[in-house]
Design a protein around this ligand. Structure first.
Ligand SMILES: [Zn+2]
Length: 321
């Protein structure tokens, strides 16, 4: 028996990735081909009335809201970067193996995010927040525009909006290279020394301060969300139904996320306990566990950004620009 040559293995892996991409593309096409009627005025009226009378609203936003601003999720067809999905690149081991490639990926994502224009739904949600105290928006999964030391014990972190983050990464990558087999960073002419280093310990590389696969969500942020929901949750009080009226959660909006991953999934249950009615805006109906809709929920299926824009029409009036 011959052992497989490296080239042949590489070829196999490229083929496997290509086949995976085709699989996702089919799923995506299927999802896109399902025509969802836009919600009718009759459907929207009770939602708008409830929205109008709500004081405390919990909004859970996923990547689906940004999709129509042209920011892919890297989880499905057309969303692959080179031959990789987010699950292959957004993890510690990928950074340890090829930090240059992971930084190329994030450099590209940062460029995309910077260039994207907020869609009407995002603008309406911003209006919803207007006049509310700052700091109530919590990025559970971190930010593309924060970096931190690769070594958590060093603790260094900073905001960074430099595009490109280093001059050597300045090449804008057209989406057309997604199916390219040239997936190795070696060809880029970038060396490890060029990558951003931690100014505090001066030893480690800086990495994107986003939560990667296999990592926990930041405890303080999770706690903050729990506390906010708990304040409206009658279960923590002496008896049932004695939640302070002011702290009850009136409405939860689940936007552009399947919310099947914890702790996000758990928030739906907690919000319900705190009195919230739940409205889903997503491509497909949530079906798993606590994310499963109940009879009193509103379910709006289709492009999350279009749906939110439509559903908020009666609430805030038109967006001017
Ligand atoms: Zn450091």
């Amino acid at each position: 028996m011959h052992s497989l040559s490296k080239d042949f293995k590489d070829e196999l892996s490229t083929k496997a990735n290509a086949s995976l991409q085709r699989h996702y593309k089919n799923l995506d096409d299927e999802a896109r081909n399902i025509e969802h009627d836009p919600p009718s005025a009759v459907m929207l009226a009770p939602f708008t009335a409830h929205l109008q009378s709500s004081n405390r609203i919990f909004v859970l936003i996923g990547a689906g809201l940004s999709a129509s601003s042209g920011i892919p999720t890297y989880r499905s067809a057309g969303g692959f970067w080179r031959t990789f999905s987010d699950q292959q690149l957004e993890k510690k081991s990928a950074f340890e193996e090829d930090a240059i490639m992971v930084w190329q990926f994030y450099n590209y994502r940062r460029q995309q995010a910077k260039a994207a224009l907020p869609n009407p739904a995002i603008m309406r949600l911003r209006n919803l927040r207007a006049g509310h105290p700052a700091g109530k928006m919590i990025d559970l999964h971190g930010s593309l525009f924060r970096v931190k030391c690769f070594d958590d014990t060093c603790g260094y972190g900073e905001e960074n909006h430099d595009i490109p983050i280093i001059p050597q990464l300045s090449v804008t990558e057209p989406p057309g290279v997604l199916d390219s087999a040239d997936s190795k960073s070696v060809q880029s002419g970038v060396s490890i020394e060029d990558l951003p280093h931690c100014p505090k310990c001066k030893v480690n590389l800086l990495r994107p301060a986003t939560v990667w696969f296999g990592e926990s969500l930041p405890e303080a942020k999770v706690h903050q969300v729990h506390e906010w929901l708990r304040s409206g949750n009658s279960d923590v009080s002496a008896g049932a139904n004695d939640a302070i009226e002011d702290e009850k959660v009136d409405l939860m909006l689940v936007i552009g996320t399947s919310a099947v991953v914890w702790p996000a999934a758990g928030y739906i249950g907690r919000a319900r306990k705190a009195g919230a009615r739940v409205a889903f805006f997503n491509m497909e109906e949530n079906s798993a566990g606590v994310a499963r809709p109940e009879e009193s929920d509103w379910i709006f299926l289709g492009d999350a950004a279009e749906l939110v824009a439509k559903a908020f029409e009666g609430f805030l009036g038109g967006v001017n620009d």
